[in-house]
Design a protein. Structure first.
Length: 167
């Protein structure tokens, strides 16, 4: 347990037994009732990310992320983000999925949803392996040789998934 959580409690500080009370600003200026100030709780955004993996021999279809979101300028897989967790059947019929992957999507495997925690976001990530190439290629999508993956910056959840998938 951390020191501050045990002694510097806003409603009942334990200044009498605190070893640093003589150097403490709140103790010195009789402000123990006002300090420490509890900061506002962070608003945590829930995001549901469905990654689609397509391999073509020794290449993997990757997505170069843009600016302004998590993992800016890193590489991940083509994905569909949803506002809630959808079943695979529901996911495959939404417009973003059908636009990129067609109406007759063939899935070889789908992982369980894993939770990845960032400071302001909780990501619920699922990896879906396709058996054929998407019907529409986004301008940010590029094939990367497996042997060159280590040259590309990857988010941690993707690195772990690909490491397990390839080994």
């Amino acid at each position: 347990m951390e020191f501050g959580a045990m002694l510097c409690k806003p409603k009942n500080p334990a200044c009498g037994i605190c070893p640093i009370r003589l150097a403490c600003y709140a103790f010195k200026y009789n402000a123990t009732a006002a300090l420490p100030v509890k900061l506002k709780k962070l608003s945590i955004k829930q995001r549901f990310i469905n990654y689609f993996l397509f391999t073509n021999g020794d290449e993997i279809l990757m997505n170069k992320r843009g600016e302004g979101d998590i993992w800016a300028n890193m590489y991940d897989l083509p994905m569909v983000e949803t506002s809630e967790l959808l079943s695979l059947d529901e996911l495959l019929v939404i417009p973003t999925s059908t636009e990129n992957f067609g109406h007759d999507v063939k899935i070889s495997t789908a992982s369980e949803v894993t939770k990845h925690i960032l400071t302001h976001q909780h990501l619920y990530i699922r990896f879906i392996t396709l058996t054929y190439k998407p019907v529409k290629m986004s301008p940010n999508w590029v094939f990367v040789k497996v042997e060159n993956l280590q040259k590309h910056p990857l988010p941690k959840p993707l690195f772990i998934f690909l490491d397990n998938f390839l080994n």
